[in-house]
Write a protein that binds this ligand. Structure first.
Ligand SMILES: C[C@H](O)[C@H](O)[C@@H](O)C(=O)CO
Ligand SMILES: [Mn+2]
Length: 418
């Protein structure tokens, strides 16, 4: 018997075909676009190095929802549940503080062996891994500076941490056969009026040059650098600003990381993609949702998420844009947060893949802006949701909101007992 999902899919396929869109091809393309899920939503960016220590670096996870993961086994179990409800290919994005070791490991001495548990797990779950040095929540970052510190000892420590992180990242790429994108974000900045805004940037530039001096094949490791506007306690000056890192990535050939929460409130990263792509080889996206500030709310299927996805699809940037997520909400069920945010990113990609882009571009070139707007608005009510349901069904993940029942059951049976 034909199910309602199959029936809706057949009708949707016909409807899209009338506009010259191949829904089957859209689904196939979506299957080539992994989303890198960030591990840190699962435990409020605590990590396993010193989970009781405070989160520093000017970022904050607010909320006290019960059941956060407290060790690697719990975090992996939570991730497995989330991933079982997200259709299509995924990656896992790890921070260095999620290492596993029986004895304390100084950050500048981390090695691939401290992450073998993650690599084995990634293999078993068919996931690629991405990586991040963790330049925060540490006594050596206590005065707000790391790679740009005026203190040579502090600077050297973080250079060594980032160098060690690159070796870990490359080991992921070799073990899993897919390059690990390693993103460098440093919180360096000042709370108040800064007199010498140049010297820290000079130091950051030369420290980064030291960090990336060891050569790795792009098939195993990709460097990315992430800018920021401000952080809590560094409101007046951020060393690694947008201009700093755009110039750095363009001149050194690294990827540029654009975080949706790291710009002025009316600036959007969707509009930066086409501009930056003319100068940098690759982009890493940290898709997030800033509410008034870099609040890292869960990603919605909103206009900006859609615009980000549409930019990737419209300009065929599939091989040059790495899609990552960056939010950490401790006020709701953390597994639900992963599921909601990641499904939304994928829904936006699917909707973009179902757009009659060639026709829209033709109308634009011809100056028919009336038809362009009419078509853009009409397509919002095309039956993309039936295509999404079929995509979920084929990947054997819950089709609609039923996934929440599974999360609720896990909450009662596992999370509340932690
Ligand atoms: C954990 C951080 O959010 C992350 O490393 C960084 O990407 C960031 O966005 C800091 O604001
Ligand atoms: Mn980020």
């Amino acid at each position: 018997m034909t199910s309602s999902i199959d029936h809706a899919w057949t009708l949707a396929k016909e409807r899209f075909a009338q506009l010259g869109i191949d829904a089957e091809a859209a689904i196939k393309q979506l299957d080539t676009l992994p989303v890198s899920i960030h591990c840190w939503q699962g435990d409020d960016v605590a990590g396993f190095e010193n989970p009781e220590g405070g989160l520093t670096g000017g970022i904050q996870a607010t909320g006290n929802y019960p059941g956060k993961a407290r060790n690697a086994q719990q975090l992996r179990a939570d991730l497995e549940l989330a991933i079982s409800m997200i259709p299509g290919p995924n990656r896992l994005n790890l921070h260095a503080i999620y290492l596993e070791s029986d004895t304390p490991v100084p950050r500048n001495e981390i090695e691939p062996k401290h992450f073998t548990g993650w690599v084995d797990w990634a293999k078993k779950n068919k996931l690629g891994l991405d990586f991040n040095p963790s330049c925060f929540s540490h006594p050596m970052s206590a005065d707000g500076f790391t790679l740009s510190s005026a203190n040579p000892e502090v600077r050297q420590f973080w250079i060594e941490h980032c160098q060690a992180s690159r070796r870990v990242s490359a080991s992921f790429g070799r073990a899993l056969g897919t390059p690990s994108v390693m993103n460098i974000w440093v919180p360096d900045g000042m709370k108040d009026i800064t007199v010498d805004r140049l010297a820290p940037r000079e130091r950051l530039m030369s420290a980064l040059d030291e960090v990336i001096s060891e050569k790795f094949d792009l098939s195993e490791h990709i460097d990315a650098v992430e800018s920021k506007l401000f952080g809590i306690g560094s409101e007046s000056y951020t060393v690694g600003s947008n201009e700093f890192y755009l110039g750095y990535a363009a001149s050194r050939g690294t990827a540029l990381c654009l975080d949706a929460g790291h710009f002025h409130p009316t600036e959007v990263i969707s509009d930066k993609i086409s501009a930056a792509m003319l100068y940098v080889p690759r982009l890493l996206l940290h898709v997030s949702r800033p509410v008034r500030w870099d609040s890292d709310h869960v990603v919605l299927l909103d206009d900006e998420t859609q615009a980000i996805a549409s930019e990737i699809v419209r300009h065929n940037l599939f091989d040059r844009v790495h899609i990552g997520l960056d939010f950490f909400d401790a006020s709701i069920n953390r597994i639900a947060a992963w599921v909601i945010g990641t499904r939304n990113m994928k829904k936006a990609l699917l909707k973009a893949l179902l757009e009659p882009t060639d026709l829209l571009k033709k109308l634009e070139v011809e100056g028919d802006y009336t038809a362009r707007l009419a078509l853009l608005e009409e397509q919002k009510s095309l039956p993309w949701q039936a295509v999404w349901d079929m995509y979920c069904q084929r990947h054997d993940v819950p089709v609609g909101g039923q996934w929440l029942d599974t999360v609720r059951h896990y909450e009662t049976s596992v999370l509340t007992k932690r």
